[in-house]
Design a protein around this ligand. Structure first.
Ligand SMILES: Nc1ncnc2c1ncn2[C@@H]1O[C@@H]2COP(=O)(O)O[C@H]2[C@H]1O
Length: 237
């Protein structure tokens, strides 16, 4: 096939191991681009052609603190009773933030996915009094940096930069947490399940039901009943 007649779609990844002339190869952005894009998004810095300005140098210094790490599903990354030591940028995959009681009862608080920057927001989690755990739900490709080095790089970038950066996420988390609590107190499980479908359609497809149940605040049997009821409802014409 002549290249001028090639359709603008790539061949299926399962074919890319073979050597046919008909296969369409697109160059893949280097992994570091995902890291830089994630950091530029988190700091509200627009990266352009000019790499020689203070903002671009700051991002590239921050990026140099990160190492890429691939992890299997159910890999513990941070654990309660230990200081939370790292900051993570998710390139691919899903992680869950949860608490676990001494008797093994788990409460899932949050799922993080592609593009999320995860770090120990609250002072307590940076000490041995940390009560939060972070674990991969799926195989994940992460960028990992030491939290103290990350914070010190932001602090040395400019006066008040760390507080500016931290405040945005702290406000976001406070709002999410209070909204979750409010919904739990004022809405039925059915209404909350509907919101889960509307607001997080991707999570429903990727995260195991028992973890979604914990996040929604229902027992797995209730979650399964809701799932079946909604599936049947969507089937009826
Ligand atoms: N590093 C973090 N990233 C995102 N959410 C967090 C983080 N630390 C705490 N939280 C959430 O913020 C909530 C604050 O109230 P809780 O301690 O009950 O539960 C906490 C988690 O749900």
């Amino acid at each position: 096939m002549n290249s001028s007649f090639r359709p603008p779609v790539a061949s299926a990844p399962c074919l890319l191991g073979s050597d046919s002339d008909d296969l369409i190869h697109y160059s893949v952005a280097p992994a570091e681009v995902a890291l830089l894009n994630g950091l530029s998004h988190a700091f509200g810095i627009c990266l352009n052609e000019n790499q020689d300005n203070p903002e671009a140098r700051f991002l590239s210094h921050l990026a140099s603190l990160f190492q890429q790490q691939r992890v299997d599903p159910e890999t513990p990354l941070e654990k309660h009773d230990r200081p939370w030591g790292n900051v993570y940028l998710v390139q691919y995959g899903i992680l869950r933030l949860f608490r676990e009681s001494p008797a093994g009862k788990v409460a899932v608080h949050h799922f993080f996915s592609e593009g999320d920057l995860i770090w120990p927001v609250f002072g307590r989690s940076r000490t041995v009094r940390n009560t939060l755990c972070l674990t991969s739900v799926l195989p994940a490709t992460l960028w990992v940096a030491d939290f103290a080095a990350f914070r010190s790089a932001i602090q040395s970038y400019g006066d008040g930069q760390w507080h500016k950066f931290a405040l945005v996420l702290t406000e976001e988390i406070a709002e999410l947490t209070s909204m979750r609590e409010y919904r739990k107190h004022t809405m039925s499980a059915r209404e909350r399940y509907q919101l889960l479908l509307d607001e997080y359609p991707e999570l429903i497809k990727r995260v195991p039901d028992n973890q979604l149940a914990s996040w929604l605040g229902v027992v797995p049997a209730t979650f399964s009943r809701l799932k079946t009821a909604f599936a049947n409802q969507n089937k009826t014409p």
